[in-house]
Ligand binder design. Structure first.
Ligand SMILES: [Zn+2]
Ligand SMILES: [Zn+2]
Length: 652
């Protein structure tokens, strides 16, 4: 909006002081100081270097987005100015306006992370301004045969692509950054995150040969995104440099915690910023979206630094080689393993692609500090040192079949072999669903003579997520008007709701949402709007979304009952078969051992074809479906199984 327009506007304002245009404004006046009121720039004490920039923008742009809209309306309808002078017409105008739609609403739309663990993504929208918090992936469940990765369905954002202003990332875990490459191919927007988070994002994008705008942010900074202001707040988690976000919207502030725990003695000294959260609580918070991952666990999550003492103790007494498996992204855990190794005069080698990559990024950015530069050795050089002077830090703590630890367990590791006496520590706890693969690895390694230490035997792991008492503290500090439990299966979300109710929050102010739910905030408070498209997009190798439900159904069918292919040669002259039917079975029965069944099947097909010719049915589609039905019936009667049947006709 130009200065000239602004001047014209000041002429209009006195006239329209009582005019319907003004009375149509949101019921919450811009100057009113309430939780639900439109955002007031001055109340935010945390503005720093961006302040000047914001103020400049504010001079040209009214603070209340609705006001902005009204000005545009005024400009487009100059006749309003004349009409406003006439009292009689003004009354008519009021009636006309009362039929107009209500004020704009703030929409919060989760596209992932609800009723599931993983693929976290939340959309914030006000009119034409949209931004996204987190862009994660999930690992497929067993029933998704052959699928490598699952990402959120972003159809809604694609439809509104021109409105999307950016992605804000809470931290560098895959369930928060894993879908970024796929997202950027559809919608190219800047990505905001802290230094380590963006380092990990950059590393990921390199593999995908993408080069978007990455904007490094620091806690306390305020970033303007359309009508919104986004402020990162330091939180502790099982990865360094994690943040929550406080989002100033036209209806008040929303706090989204991301994954967090409250650690009073974190390795890097960066504590969860309880002061800022408490101040936000005092300023008034419209809604809280809080991490539910560990809500079923009572008490407090132990400090990350408690694990360091356990390592030190174990390393001091160990006389053999030590192999520690951990998440590569848990830089603080890796730091503590390195520290314990240093104190006990051991060299450290990294194994596994993500361990090498992530520790590389973390060292480069100063998040991983080496007590001595020459203590890191190449995994190829293990043989040059005595076994009791070595620690190998590896991936594979979740029993992932292709990981470095799994390769060690299967004697497939290029650079090392597990030998009797090796001490293997799993510094992790199995993510729900991974228990089987973790115990498989423990068994394999034990068979090879390794001594195993895992979570149930010693305190070699602490969680990165808040337990009940920490979640209560978050509620108590932030004091939200509305509460939305996020990050979790339904059982977690419901438990988190009960936790909030036990602290005095009213049932009707808590929303358990689904992916695709639209939570709307307006002058009258919060309510559910019409849901948008949401769901899962499957990635199989290089294909994005080309494996749909039908392909998966086929894979499931094939995996359960196998396949029979019927090959028939049809004469082009007569339209009848001249050789075959030949039967090929895969995953159903071994043909040579089932001669009787196969002979019966061939007879059934031949009979069925003859029946068709008798009725003069000769088009291939009808022939195929008749043959398929007849064979399917026969096979089911003989074996009580339903293999997939695939008729292949050839014209000769
Ligand atoms: Zn996380
Ligand atoms: Zn997470």
């Amino acid at each position: 909006m130009t200065k000239k327009n602004a001047t014209e506007e000041t002429v209009v304002v006195p006239n329209s002081a009582q005019s319907p245009v003004t009375s149509e404004a949101p019921k919450v006046a811009p100057t009113k100081k309430t939780n639900n009121g439109p955002a007031k720039k001055k109340t935010n004490p945390n503005q720093n270097q961006n302040q000047n920039q914001n103020q400049n923008q504010n001079q040209n742009k009214p603070q209340n987005p609705n006001q902005n809209k009204q000005q545009n309306q005024n400009q487009n309808k100059p006749q309003n100015q004349n009409k406003n002078k006439n009292q009689v017409e003004q009354v008519v105008f009021t009636e006309e306006n009362s039929k107009k739609p209500a004020a704009s609403v703030l929409k919060i739309i989760p596209l992932g992370g609800l009723n599931e663990i993983g693929k976290n993504m939340t959309v914030y929208q006000y009119e034409d301004d949209i931004f996204v918090v987190d862009c994660g992936m999930a690992f497929p469940e067993d029933e998704l045969l052959g699928i490598d990765v699952v990402i959120p369905d972003i159809s809604y954002l694609k439809k509104n692509a021109s409105k999307v202003k950016g992605i804000f990332i809470t931290h560098g875990h895959e369930d928060h950054i894993g879908a970024i490459p796929y997202f950027l191919r559809e919608i190219n927007v800047p990505i905001y995150g802290t230094k380590l988070t963006l380092g990990l994002v950059e590393n990921k994008l390199k593999e995908h040969k993408l080069n978007p705008k990455l904007i490094t942010i620091v806690p306390g900074q305020v970033i303007k995104v359309g009508v919104f202001e986004v402020e990162p707040i330091r939180v502790c988690h099982s990865i360094a440099d994690a943040v929550a976000y406080a989002i100033t919207t036209p209806y008040g502030k929303v706090v989204q915690t991301g994954d967090f725990k409250i650690d009073f003695t974190p390795i890097d000294g960066q504590k969860t910023d309880l002061h800022r959260l408490a101040r936000l609580g005092d300023e008034g918070v419209l809604a809280l979206l809080s991490d539910s991952t560990n809500v079923v666990r009572e008490g407090y999550t132990m400090s990350e630094s408690s694990v360091g003492d356990t390592f030190e103790e174990i390393f001091r007494h160990a006389t053999s080689r030590i192999i520690v498996a951990s998440f590569a992204s848990n830089v603080h855990r890796v730091q503590q393993i390195i520290n314990a190794a240093y104190q006990n005069n051991r060299k450290v080698a990294f194994s596994g692609r993500s361990m090498v990559n992530v520790t590389g990024v973390a060292r480069e950015l100063g998040y991983l500090k080496l007590p001595s530069q020459d203590m890191i050795i190449d995994i190829k050089d293990l043989g040059r040192y005595p076994e009791n002077e070595l620690v190998v830090i590896t991936t594979g703590s979740q029993g992932e079949p292709m990981s470095a630890l799994a390769r060690m367990a299967n004697s497939e590791h290029r650079n090392m072999e597990i030998t009797p006496g090796d001490l293997v520590i799993l510094s992790s706890s199995p993510i729900p669903g991974n228990e089987k693969s973790v115990y498989k690895i423990i068994n394999q390694l034990t068979k090879k003579g390794a001594k195993m230490i895992y979570e149930s035997l010693a305190d070699v792991h602490v969680s990165g997520h808040a337990k009940q008492e920490e979640l209560k503290l978050m509620q108590a500090l932030v004091k939200p008007k509305y509460f939305v439990p996020v990050h979790g299966e339904y059982v977690h979300l419901d438990k988190h709701k009960q936790l909030a109710i036990s602290m005095g929050m009213h049932d009707k102010n808590i929303f358990i949402l689904n992916n695709g739910s639209v939570l709307e905030f307006g002058p009258e408070g919060a309510k559910l709007g019409k849901p948008v498209q949401a769901g899962r997009v499957f990635i199989d190798g290089l294909g994005v979304g080309d494996v749909g439900n039908i392909v998966l159904r086929d894979r499931k069918h094939l995996s359960e009952d196998g396949l029979i292919i019927i090959v028939v040669a049809i004469s082009s002259a007569t339209g009848e078969h001249i050789s075959g039917p030949d039967l090929i079975s895969r995953g159903f029965v071994y043909v040579r051992e089932s001669e009787v069944l196969m002979e019966g099947a061939r007879n059934v097909i031949e009979e069925e074809l003859k029946k068709c010719y008798a009725k003069n049915i000769k088009d291939w589609a009808s022939l195929k479906s008749s043959v398929r039905d007849a064979l399917s019936q026969y096979i089911y009667q003989s074996t009580k199984r339903s293999p997939m049947i695939l008729p292949v006709f050839m014209e000769v």
